[in-house]
Design a protein around this ligand. Structure first.
Ligand code: ADE
Length: 255
């Protein structure tokens, strides 16, 4: 998948895209056990500074809002020209995404859909917002928020989105890190994840639940499922959409 990221602060992305799993996803994978090794990288990241596309001699990208009010609004022209320039770099059509607190709240369902795209073009807005006309002109564009709070810009939200998408791409997570059964995944039935434990078996007098060291895989599975249900009911009842008649559903039954 190709990511194009349009931002006024490309340097903010270096640490995140250049570390850990997001970095590895951008490298070709050498695996002696894999016949198709080396595999091509799962992703490529292309950062564009919106300021490089301004026509203003002072490289201005924003202006005071019509109608008054605090803050500055990002102007249409630099964003529009940056999008057009970036899109012409690759024949693959891009799914356009604007990070904004006015967008639809990101969830694992949206992440899964986006992970099927071949190219995402993400605009990280700044200041008080973006001139509405360029958003209209960029239609179709998905406006996405990462939650009901306001950050100083769309850069951190863009990184959150990229992280969530990249880890779903084939070959990015090893078997040990698999995304199949964690909270919000298809394999979890929309429940929260169960608790996890590792060595030592006793830490500061606290013991690992006995069932997990019993070797009885059916019992372990049943215990984990029950823990997931309990946690979801206690912490996130909103995830278990009750039937409109208030009758229990398959996820709440017995918990
Ligand atoms: N920009 C500022 N706050 C944001 C948020 N919560 N989500 C997406 N983009 C943003």
């Amino acid at each position: 998948m190709r990511f194009d990221i349009l931002t006024l602060f490309p340097e903010m992305f270096e640490g995140v895209l250049g570390s850990s799993i997001l970095k590895r996803a951008g490298q070709s994978l050498e695996d002696p056990k894999d016949e198709q090794s080396p595999r091509p990288p799962a992703v490529s990241y292309h950062l564009t500074n919106i300021r490089d596309h301004t026509q203003d001699k002072h490289q201005k990208v924003d202006h005071r809002p019509f109608g008054g009010g605090p803050g500055m609004v990002m102007q249409c022209q630099p964003i529009w020209d940056a999008v057009r320039a970036v899109e012409s770099q690759d024949p693959r059509p891009a799914m356009r995404v604007l990070m904004t607190p006015q967008g639809r709240t990101l969830d694992q369902g949206i992440v899964q859909k986006l992970s099927k795209e071949r190219r995402l073009l993400i605009i990280a807005g700044h200041y008080e917002g973006i001139d509405e006309r360029v958003i209209e002109k960029l239609n179709p564009i998905q406006e996405i928020s990462i939650g009901d709070y306001v950050l100083t810009g769309g850069e951190l939200p863009a990184m959150v989105l990229i992280d969530a998408v990249v880890r779903l791409l084939p070959g990015v997570l090893g078997d040990d890190e698999s995304a199949c059964c964690e909270s919000f995944s298809d394999g979890s039935d929309g429940l929260l994840d169960h608790p996890h434990y590792t060595r030592p078996q006793i830490w500061q007098g606290m013991e690992v639940p006995g069932v997990l060291v019993s070797g009885d895989h059916a019992r372990i599975e049943a215990w984990r499922r029950e823990q997931s249900q309990r946690r979801t009911v206690a912490r996130r009842p909103d995830l278990i959409a009750p039937d409109s008649d208030g009758v229990e559903n398959e996820n709440t039954r017995g918990s």
